[in-house]
Design a protein. Sequence first.
Length: 368
Amino acid sequence: MRSVRGGSSHRDLENRGWLRGAPPPWWVRVLPVLLLVAVTVATVITPAARDAGFLLGAIPPLAVLSYGPLATAVLGLGVVAVLNIPATHLNRPGNTDLLSIVFVAALSVFVSYVRSRRDAQLDTERAIAEAVQRAVMPPLPERVGHVGCAGFYRAAQDGTLVGGDFFDVRDGPYGVRAVMGDVQGHGLSAVATVVSLLGAFREAALEQPDLESVAARMDRRLAVDSAGVRHAELFATGVLLEFSADGRAVRVVACGHPAPVLLHEEDALEVTVTPGPPLGLGLVGAGPPKEVTVALGPGDRLFLASDGVWEARDAQDAFYPLPARLAALTGTASAELPGAVWTDLVRRGYVVQDDVSMLVLAPAPPVA
């Protein structure tokens, strides 16, 4: 899976991540050193700059944001040294002022030590969380059987790799099968449901002879998970695909999820499907989803996207015109197409408020 993170949310993470233990921006790291050098040089050049000496007291607290206890202690000693150098004209501080600076420097060293320990713990927890999330959705191969694959995933909740969207492609005794889904909610609260549905799909893809049976297995998984839970309201939308062995047809089952878009030469057309109810919803009188077969020509590709793409809105509250934009991007290689759609969506000012996942499937005739 080519997991691409982009847009304004990614830049926000870079700018604000140091508040949660990530490395701070470069300007935060150099600020204490630049401040110490600037005050020292200014007070050496002219006695009139001695009023700027109060800025030295801010250096140890600023160092806490970027440096460990040793570097913070060195900067604190540097401040005390500058205060006692005759050339800076600051060598006549009162005892109370000097003791205050020494106390602030010592306190900053202690706070830096505590922060360093906390950051080490956060790094460990973050590594464990990322390992667990990658186990839920492992990297998607570039090719599964005779079908080329390219994926894009962006969780709505900052700092997470997996949200309420999911997709997978598996080869089995009944051919190459793929799934894309969107569970109720997003973020870490939806990951447990994603795990259940992916497990049900991977098992059913190897055992069930048709896609309708695979969908039924996933629906039953949600029903079992929500049994006995009052007002569970646990459901998910999903679309299932199965490619024929010769790559000339694809069977599609849609369960409340947007249909795939067929990319044929320079056209992008939404596949006509017989929509079924979302998985786990249990609508009274609603029949099971129906399978439809779509013929594929040489070079045809299928583009799947979650609600995060289809329901992105611009300043005029208009939805993102995905098929029309895909038609303009049909010349883009499959591996680059999801990223190109995301770039186009962000560049045009559409606001995304949900998890985003995209999947490109390019079947090719199997090698004899």
